[in-house]
Write a protein that binds this ligand. Sequence first.
Ligand SMILES: CC(C)(O)[C@@H](O)C(=O)O
Length: 556
Amino acid sequence: MKLQSYTITQGRDRAPARAQLKGIGFTDEDLKKPIIGIANTWIGTMPCNFLLRDLAVDVARGIREAGGTPMEFNTIAISDGITMGTQGMKASLISREVVADSIELVTRGHMFDGLVCLVACDKTIPGAALALLRLNIPGVILYGGSILPGQYKGKDVTIQEVFEAVGANAAGKITDQELLDIENVASPGPGACGGQFTANTMATVMEIIGLSPMNTAMVPQVDNRKHAVAAYCGQVILDAVKNNRLPREICTRAAFENAIASVAATGGSTNAVLHLLAMAREAGVDLVIDDFQKVSERTPLLLSLKPAGQYVAADVDKAGGIGVVAKRLVDGKFADPSALTITGRTLGEEAERSAETPGQLVVRALDNPIKKSGGLVILKGSLAPEGCVIKVTGIDRKLHQGPARVFDCEEDAMAAVTHGKIQHGDVLVIRYEGPKGGPGMREMLGVTSAIMGAGFGDTVALMTDGRFSGATRGFMVGHVAPEAAVGGPIAFVEEGDPITIDIEHQKISLDVDEATLAARRAKWVAPPPARKTGVMAKYIKLVSSASEGAITSNVY
Ligand SMILES: CC(C)(O)[C@@H](O)C(=O)O
């Protein structure tokens, strides 16, 4: 096997490179083997990625045992949970690009033969996938695993309950002590947020699309089995390198549709729309936002996971893992079983090998779905000509008509909700929070939770050119495109304008006559960029529309 790493490790001219590598303990024998980069998103600022340093040791052991040479390097992570509701959240989506770019750069520089990407918090997962698809060298995504749920008054709680408790406290429904009690128990240790929020949604996606070995992701981060899972990923990558199994062969159109089906069936995060569109762009697969509507419509909702349901990732693990979801999708013909995965087995074969725990209640039988169609609906119309997304899991309303309450940033909307300034029936419009406008499409979990916590969940709607957390629930429409900062129709909404959001007909409209709108459009002036230097300025310049996945890499 002629290895790409030989360019850097073999022959006379590479003596200086070998000298340096020998200085850190590598031997001639090591350098003849496939060199596998371990891209680690460990960071000591959040629970999600906290134990990844330990897991990297197991991955390295697995790589050595399988006949390879591991080389570990770091990249970054930004916590959504910790930055939520602040200006810090603007760094979150931008970090996806930095994770992808940094993995790409180290791998191109050091010419690894394969990669294991150790990920956990939301953006690190698609960030790693974008890098693998760009590089198109064998690669495994290893999800560090979810947190265990906390316990409050005999019930499982996650970070979602803390966010909603803030809203309930602001509305005078719970005391400061109760809020503190929930805060103190919600995160009982390391691991990514527990519900089918963005991290667990994207971890599900990675198994179904085939970049993570089946039944590795849902093992919780603190579970001892995770060490064996990590070592196993070392074996998988060596096998993938030997067989030259490439990300773009795995991530085909069929695999993307399978992944969308898994998001629909599990009630996953709306962020999956953004990340899968971005991944498809890197994979050269022609996937458009309407494909999410088609796949979600034909896929049943089979799992009752938080935020709208009752279970968490640790329960999916106990039920048998994502392999059980794969089994349902394949059995019901909602997924293509012939799609290849990183192990060399097809999705159908992986589903077949998965052991469902007898009597488990988490993944419903095909004849007993929660809903006949999946969790995501794509809306289009005069307010969002390029589309926008709503998660319908757990909402019963199909139509909302109401007056616009317009906010030019998240903070203003939050203040209105927490100071009793919204009315039943309102449509909160939060704009200039899009990819370019924010920049960085902040997640609005603070506001959406405050709405739920204050008891407006059944009566108000919200729409934004920003994003939502996977923990957001309620009548919340995100990713409205084109965004306000580029002069999308959302920029022309005025206080009190009637808005219609019609889920059944997948429509979102601003019910104002064309002449009035034309006059508003004519006097609209684009706001100056929020940042003129640094990473955010570069991002503002390069980032594409949310309907294209908000990517920065296809600049030519
Ligand atoms: C739950 C969090 C922190 O909001 C985030 O992880 C997400 O799901 O988007």
